[in-house]
Design a protein around this ligand. Structure first.
Ligand code: BG6
Length: 475
């Protein structure tokens, strides 16, 4: 296991909100090697390492409260050094970094993608990418296919793919990994997992949070690039991929890639029926009045997107996959809803066939974690009269007391140990961008500007047919 962790972007939101708390938790649980050290790098100058440590400790406490164990955080900060350097200049970086790669070095680039290449080049010049050093990149990898290919090619000049780890924190969530367990650990589900039995699939990632302080980044990316290109397509891949013969990194990634390549490109003729773009206006979320999203001058970016995706292959032909995500929505909820086709012949008087609720599998990923199988049943005393069917849920809840790990914890452990299965390969990223580019090009050709929606709602009214049944009720 590698012993040294070099964190670029150490003064950013991600570092304080997730990265350092995740490392502190791993340290508390004795999952890191005894000689573990953190080297923090960013461009802001501090008077001393101590000044940085105090500033970071305070920031983490403000942001996360007691989510990070105070003793473990103190111990982690004690093992932390800080370097201020201009991240966009490889020579300055190579000269400024005083790190010895002994014990194995993992460099993590938690910075915007335009800094990936200069940092990787600086690391290479400093001799910090020599075998067995590893490089981990935060999403998004680029802003479109062309920039992603350029980044992948330039990174490949610095370090081989076998030592590159592209991080998508959704893959570190236990509930996301559970999708594989559910699908491939049960005869019941895999047997009905195809167009023959499935009517539609809904993937929803609804957030109540707004863009809040990330306007500079978000105004260039929007919901499509920030959420769909990575997290939501990864969920779609896990749901739609063919059963792999083994769970090793490349077998799983090959299967995900096949799904991404089968996604039907968007076209400007149909983009208004097949997608909805929205932007939140002032409203009320969780009893709090909130402002609308302010576009930067000359920009027009979406904070909400709904897409109807089609996977053109044998298994999924004709089954729509609805992908919906947005900021400042009515509730926070990440879920996958699989709706099954109606039975072929309806025998019952009550309810009428048209009112029968379809069987559904609801997988809630956050904030609750549970799996619900909704079936039709008749438990209402059929011995007294005509049989009347009603929907009934089988509930598979996770024990509520178990502490939920930060997704980054699992991913950092895997990267320190050199395990690739939960990281995204170069060709996967490019296939995802190819499809996202088709959506963006279709929007531009159709001059489709984001539609306003009130903060605290379920997005623009036009998105209603895209919402899963669970959200449609309240939309
Ligand atoms: C990040 C996005 O990757 O994921 C954010 O950049 C988003 O905009 C976040 O809020 C959502 O993550 P989670 O784990 O809270 O669902």
């Amino acid at each position: 296991m590698h012993e040294q962790f070099l964190l670029f972007g150490a003064t950013g939101d991600l570092a304080a909100g997730q990265v350092v708390p995740a490392l502190a938790n791993l340290l508390r649980d004795r999952l890191l090697p005894p000689a573990f050290r953190l080297h923090a790098v960013a461009k802001t100058r501090f008077d001393s390492d101590d000044a940085f440590r105090n500033w970071l400790g305070e920031r983490i406490r403000k942001r996360t409260g007691d989510a990070a164990d105070p003793d473990a955080l103190r111990e982690l900060l004690r093992r932390t050094g800080y370097t201020a350097v201009d991240l966009s200049r490889p020579e300055a970086l190579a000269a400024g970094l005083q790190v010895k790669p002994e014990g194995g070095l993992l460099s993590y680039l938690a910075v915007p993608p335009d800094l990936f290449v200069p940092i990787a080049q600086g690391l290479k010049q400093a001799g910090l990418l020599e075998d067995p050093a590893r490089l981990m990149l935060e999403k998004p990898i680029g802003r479109d296919l062309a920039s992603a290919c350029a980044i992948n090619a330039a990174i490949a000049q610095c370090v081989p793919e076998s030592r590159v780890f592209r991080l998508d924190h959704y893959l570190g969530k236990a509930t996301v990994q559970n999708l594989l367990a559910l699908r491939f650990g049960n005869t019941l589900l895999e047997a009905v997992w195809s167009r023959r039995w499935i009517e539609r699939v809904d993937i929803l990632v609804a957030e109540t949070a707004g863009v809040d302080g990330r306007e500079q980044y978000y105004s260039r990316y929007g919901a499509l690039r920030d959420m769909v290109q990575n997290h939501m397509l990864q969920l779609l891949c896990l749901i739609a991929m063919e059963p792999p013969s083994a769970l090793d990194a490349d077998t799983v990634r090959d299967h995900k890639l096949t799904v991404l390549r089968a996604l039907r490109s968007f076209s400007s003729d149909t983009v208004r029926e097949e997608s909805v773009r929205g932007v939140y206006q002032a409203g009320v979320v969780g009893a709090q009045a909130v402002d609308g999203f302010t576009q930067l001058p000359g920009q027009s970016i979406e904070t909400f997107v709904a897409l109807r995706a089609h996977i053109d292959n044998w298994r999924w032909a004709g089954v729509p996959f609805h992908l919906v995500t947005g900021k400042r929505l009515a509730t926070r909820s990440t879920q996958v809803l699989v709706t099954f086709k109606p039975v072929s012949h309806w025998l019952f008087e009550k309810p009428h066939r048209a009112q029968a609720t379809p069987d559904r599998l609801l997988i809630r990923l956050q904030p609750e974690e549970n799996v619900e199988l909704q079936l039709m049943s008749s438990l209402a005393g059929p011995e007294w009269g005509a049989m009347e069917l009603q929907p009934l849920s089988l509930n598979l809840s996770m024990p509520p007391t178990r502490r939920r790990r930060i997704a980054y914890e699992r991913l950092f452990l895997d990267a320190l140990n050199g395990r690739h299965a939960l990281f995204v390969r170069d060709d996967e990223v490019e296939a995802a961008w190819r499809w996202i580019d088709s959506v963006d090009a279709a929007w531009r050709a159709a001059q489709y500007e984001p539609l306003p929606y009130v903060a605290g709602s379920w997005g623009p009214a036009e998105a209603r047919p895209f919402l899963p049944a669970s959200a449609r009720v309240s939309a």
